[in-house]
Each structure stands twice: as structure tokens, then as C-alpha cells.
Design a protein around this ligand. Structure first.
Ligand code: UD1
Length: 342
């Protein structure tokens, strides 16, 4: 019998790629998503890629009853990967209560419903944002958690604390994955990042500019204390990131976890500046990108990249795809978007 996994936010960017990897590994998948930042066609495309249609429920996970109803329909769920959350840093500054309400109530409801059916395995989508601007680079899992720079970042910090507190007094076991900057798309170009409205993140803005949907990219700041003056991030291919979730889930299911809550950095261990990303994009796409330098974006940290030794050694996981492949797949996805019936 295939093991059944609930993926919240499973039609979203990272969620959909993880659902594909789960199905490929023989899991049965139940998706719960409110489609607030994703589209129902993603389910069709997951089916096109894998040949299997996951269960899908359009659900508000902030509603405890609606959340519990999914578990009541699928009491054999043995693990949960919880992605569903709002993630726009700027918007979270404008609407802090929306972010605290959405990101924290949904987590509380999920953990409560898991306990009620006796499911104790949780993989949680955290973020490198919990480190703020670290004093030492690369940043390690043991590095200090500095005050969050945005309500979004704070929801991730609080969520980590909530999970630790609950695991301390119950059977809950969790792996918290601190993602760096996920980019790229599935090789099929049938799923990828599809922001609604003007993209906040760098790579969708780049691909939309290159294809002509946007006039030019603004590079936020060129006076940082970095070699070329632009910010540095650790970009990771979304498929590599998705695979880290399957490995983490299996670690919990096989009871190979060493503590009730474990934390892993999921990045490549390499930092690239915004200008390096632009150059890599131009060589991957053969398109000259229109861009200009603009003032720094509020809340941006200067530079961060991961120490991935712990994830590499403990999870036996390693990012495989390089920056060129990330941007090549992102471009293929953008070019294919016009052919999808949205
Ligand atoms: C942020 C969060 C991350 C979160 C992610 C989700 C921090 C430190 N990071 O990532 O935790 O998961 O958002 O949305 O809070 N840039 C431009 N022009 C643009 C867009 C971006 O120059 O039009 C630059 C930014 O200044 C930054 C880099 O590109 O240096 C990456 O930005 P972005 O893709 O938005 O991701 P983060 O802000 O790093």
C-alpha cells in the first residue's frame, strides 16, 4: 500500500515540484491549497508529468474545521509537508496581521488535526530569513536567530518555536527546512513559479522582462559591501529543494531522526550577486536583459549563503543543479507559459 502524504500549498511553486517528486517515489498525495497564489491547472500538469492525479481540496487552513475535515477523509495520512503560507516580504510589512493570522493559524490547525488522527511526522517550510543578516558567513544551523526583518520572517521564527514547543510535550516529530532562494522550474516546463501580478522575486522578474511583459528590471542597490556592489544570495534549483523534502520525510517515517525537531539549511553553499545572476541568465537564454540600477529595497539583507555540510552529511542530500541550469529551466518555463491555457 502506498503511503499517503498531505501536502499543504501543494499547487504552489515549491509544493507542486515536491508533489511530483513524491508521486515519482510512489507516495499517494493529498493536496490542500486555497489557490490564493496558485492555479488549479497545476493539478492537471502534475498529472501530465507523473500520470497520477493527486487528491485536491480547495481549503482555508486557517479554518480549523475545514482542516480537520481533510484528515477525517484521509485518516491514513502518515506525514504532512506544510508549505501553505503567504510569503511576500513587502506585503507582510503592509499587512502584518494578515501574515500572522494566515501563517500561524494554519500551522496550529494542521498540528492539532495531525495529533487527533495520530499522525506525528511534519516537514516544515522554513526560510533562511530566520537568520537576518548573519555576522558570519556561510550561515550554519547553529548560527544565532536574529530579530526578524519583516512580519513574514517573524512568522517563520514563531512557527519554528511553536513546533519545538509542541514537539517537546507530544509525539510530534518535525524537520524544519530553512530554504535559501529557490528558483528554476521542472524540466518538463509544465510547472514553475507563477506569481500573480508584478513579481517580487528576482528570477520571475528577470524572465518576465526578457519575454517583454516588463519593461526593465530594477537592480535594488549597487553600493553594498560586496565585490560588485549588488546583494548576494544562495540560489537553489526548486527540484533539488523538492528532493530534500522527500529525504526529510523518509527520515521521519523510518524514525532515523536524531531529535524530535531537526533543522537543516537547504541551499547550494554558493553565493551569487544579482549581476552574476543576470549574466548567467543572459548566457542561458541568449537574451540581452534590460536593467537599471535602483535604490536599495527596504528590508533586503546584504549577503547570505548557506553552510550545507550538515544537510549533506546527515541527510545525504546535495544540490545537483548549477546556476546556469536553474536559469535555463526558468526561461524554458517562461517561454512555455504562453502555450498553457491559463
Ligand atoms: C525573500 C526572503 C526569503 C523568502 C523570499 C520569498 C529574506 C532575506 N529573504 O528572499 O526568506 O523566502 O523572499 O519571496 O527576507 N532583486 C532585484 N530586483 C528585483 C527583485 C529582486 O534586484 O526586481 C534583488 C533583491 O534585492 C535581492 C535578490 O534580488 O538581492 C533576491 O531577491 P528576491 O528574489 O526577492 O529574494 P529575497 O529577498 O532574497
Amino acid at each position: 500500500m502506498a503511503k499517503k502524504i498531505l501536502v499543504t500549498g501543494g499547487t504552489g511553486y515549491i509544493g507542486s515540484h515536491t508533489v511530483v517528486e513524491l508521486i515519482n517515489e510512489g507516495y499517494e498525495v493529498v493536496i490542500a491549497d486555497n489557490l490564493s497564489n496558485s492555479f488549479a491547472f497545476v493539478i492537471d500538469n502534475i498529472e501530465k508529468i507523473t500520470g497520477v492525479r493527486p487528491y485536491f481540496y480547495k481549503t482555508e487552513l486557517t479554518d480549523a474545521g475545514a482542516t480537520k475535515a481533510i484528515f477525517d477523509k484521509h485518516p491514513d495520512v502518515c506525514g504532512v509537508i506544510h508549505f501553505a503560507a503567504l510569503k511576500a516580504v513587502g506585503e507582510s510589512v503592509e499587512k502584518p496581521l494578515l501574515y500572522y493570522h494566515n501563517n500561524l493559524f494554519s500551522l496550529i490547525n494542521i498540528i492539532q488535526a495531525m495529533e487527533e488522527i495520530g499522525c506525528h511526522n511534519l516537514v516544515f517550510s522554513s526560510s533562511c530569513t530566520v537568520y537576518g543578516q548573519p555576522d558570519e558567513l556561510p550561515v550554519r544551523e547553529t548560527s544565532p536567530i536574529l530579530p526578524a526583518l519583516s512580519p513574514y520572517g517573524n512568522t517563520k521564527q514563531i512557527a519554528e518555536e511553536m513546533i519545538k514547543d509542541k514537539a517537546g510535550i507530544s509525539e510530534l516529530k518535525a524537520i524544519l527546512l530553512r530554504y535559501f532562494n529557490p528558483i528554476g522550474a521542472h524540466a518538463s516546463a509544465l510547472i514553475g513559479e507563477l506569481p500573480i501580478g508584478v513579481p517580487n522575486n528576482l528570477v520571475p522578474f528577470i524572465t518576465q522582462t526578457a519575454i517583454g511583459k516588463r519593461k526593465e528590471l530594477s537592480v535594488f542597490g549597487n553600493d553594498y559591501q560586496t565585490p560588485d556592489g549588488t546583494c548576494i544570495r544562495d540560489y537553489i534549483h526548486v527540484v533539488d529543494l523538492a528532493k530534500a523534502h522527500i529525504i526529510s520525510l523518509e527520515r521521519l517515517l523510518d524514525k532515523r531522526n536524531k531529535n524530535s525537531v531537526e533543522v537543516f539549511n537547504i541551499g547550494t553553499g554558493k553565493g551569487y550577486s544579482v549581476l552574476e545572476v543576470i549574466n548567467a541568465f543572459e548566457s542561458a537564454s541568449k537574451v540581452k536583459l534590460q536593467y537599471k540600477f535602483a535604490p536599495r529595497r527596504q528590508g533586503d539583507i546584504e549577503q547570505i549563503w548557506a553552510d550545507t555540510d550538515y544537510a549533506n552529511e546527515e541527510l545525504k542530500w546535495c544540490a545537483e543543479r548549477n546556476l546556469f541550469e536553474m536559469l535555463e529551466s526558468a526561461w524554458k518555463w517562461e517561454c512555455n507559459l504562453g502555450t498553457l491555457n491559463l
